[in-house]
Design a protein around this ligand. Structure first.
Ligand code: SF4
Length: 204
């Protein structure tokens, strides 16, 4: 699917909401969820996005129009794994409209698009490419068990020095894992905790 879409993208859903995770928590933004992901995280909360063929190929200009009509100044492109698609056309169209561009990615596919903010969430099943690690503004590692702390530290060494570092409890194991994460950030203060606050607010 790499580079296959200049003018159409598989649109799973789009909605105007508030970023619930990571550095930009609390920021209003228009979310564009693209179909396609072959990574298969066991705890994925959007498995309906995995098969792009289940979703309509929507003209990218129409998607951009919806962002403009929402009145927001920020768009978050998420998935699925959005970098399975070439996002140059989408990004340049949003930029022309002075919309800030944010992406949530595993980093497993080549980087396309011109981003104001890259949030990298590396997955063990398909590790991120070095080019995405080097350009990431934010490293957000999902903590499911104690082995994930090593995975987080491994990527801390690869990302650039300005990259913000977050540990986020895997939602279904929150009660069990959050004490471990709290203990970890006390000993390793360069890391911050990211919570999925949109779930507490009951918004998408
Ligand atoms: S990379 Fe994201 S969309 Fe893909 S399976 Fe993992 S959590 Fe789900």
């Amino acid at each position: 699917m790499e580079g296959s879409s200049k003018e159409r993208l598989p649109l799973v859903e789009e909605f105007f909401s508030v970023q619930g995770e990571g550095f930009h928590t609390g920021r209003a933004a228009y979310f564009i969820r693209l179909g396609g992901c072959d990574i298969g995280c066991s705890w994925c909360d959007t498995p309906f996005s995995w098969d792009p063929q289940l979703h309509p190929m929507v003209e990218t200009d129409i998607i951009i129009d919806h962002v403009i009509q929402s009145g927001t100044d920020s768009a978050v492109i998420t998935g699925g794994e959005p970098l399975m698609w070439n996002l140059d056309y989408l990004c340049s169209g949003l930029k022309r409209q002075k919309i800030r561009t944010f992406i949530e990615t595993s980093g497993a596919y080549p980087l396309s698009g011109n981003w104001d903010w890259i949030c990298l969430s590396p997955k063990k099943a398909k590790p991120p490419r070095d080019e995405v690690c080097r350009k990431a503004d934010e490293l957000k590692v999902i903590i499911e068990d104690n082995s994930d702390f090593d995975w987080a530290e491994k990527h801390k060494k690869i990302v650039n020095k300005k990259c913000r570092l977050f540990l986020q409890p895997e939602w279904s194991r929150f009660e069990r894992i959050i004490p471990e994460i709290v203990s970890y950030v006390k000993k390793n203060p360069e890391w911050r905790i990211s919570l999925q606050v949109h779930k507490y607010m009951h918004i998408p």
